[in-house]
Write a protein that binds this ligand. Sequence first.
Ligand SMILES: Nc1ncnc2c1ncn2[C@@H]1O[C@H](COP(=O)(O)OP(=O)(O)OP(=O)(O)O)[C@@H](O)[C@H]1O
Ligand SMILES: [Mg+2]
Length: 256
Amino acid sequence: MPAITICLAQSKGGTGKTTSTLNLGAALAEKGHLVLLCDIDQQFNLTTALGVDPLILAKNMRHLLTEDKTQATDIIVATHETGLDLIPASLELDYAEPAMPQLAREKVLAKKLAPVKNQYDFILIDTPPYFGTMVVNAMVAADYVLMPVQPEPHCVSGLFALLERLEAVRDNISPNLALLGLFVTLYNKTRASHVQITESLYRDWPDHMFKTVLRLSARNDRAALEGRSLVSVSPRAELATDYRQLCEEVLVRVGR
Ligand SMILES: Nc1ncnc2c1ncn2[C@@H]1O[C@H](COP(=O)(O)OP(=O)(O)OP(=O)(O)O)[C@@H](O)[C@H]1O
Ligand SMILES: [Mg+2]
């Protein structure tokens, strides 16, 4: 069976896209799934969060997107974590866009991932916090879009725009692209606004919301410093437990 491909997207910055890509990937790998993580963000936070230094690698996502001859297998690297491979990004992605093919440029990533889809159970793509060619490429390569939501007013108000963009990609390019769902992250139960906004999300989007709410955790940054996922570094941390629970819900929604 080809890999199920999930793109994590959210136009607001700092809302847990990278953390969720990494820890959902780690939770899937822990269950024995083979997972390929793709970093298509020029901030390359996912790459560094896995302890990979793009400067010492000959190639990265930029080469995959701009060079006809470069294939995914040329740039996939293994990570410290069993079952987790990575397509690394680097700052160079910043100037990839003008060098991408003029024709069907939004399909480049999908085309490049196609040959490795049978080697993995899941492919997760971490995207930048603004909507552009990279996010479109990630959505076109994906079967599902998964959206982390920080319970803050700006993040919630931006959801409509993001969902409209998903629909535009579906209507124009990828008719089978589906919304996997929305989940709340960076949740602080002692903040009245978080409680109130989270309640309103469950009220307004009952079918789309995952039941799991990912709690704010002081441990997360330390795991990132170690170049590992929280799920593997601190398996008993509250947030690691939350990610495992989210993983179970994801498996149900994708039918695996
Ligand atoms: N549940 C959490 N508890 C505490 N800190 C978290 C949690 N989730 C993420 N963080 C931290 O919040 C910051 C932003 O998270 P992250 O980098 O995952 O967001 P992002 O959406 O990928 O950001 P960007 O839009 O810049 O790519 C990071 O420092 C990360 O370690
Ligand atoms: Mg990020």
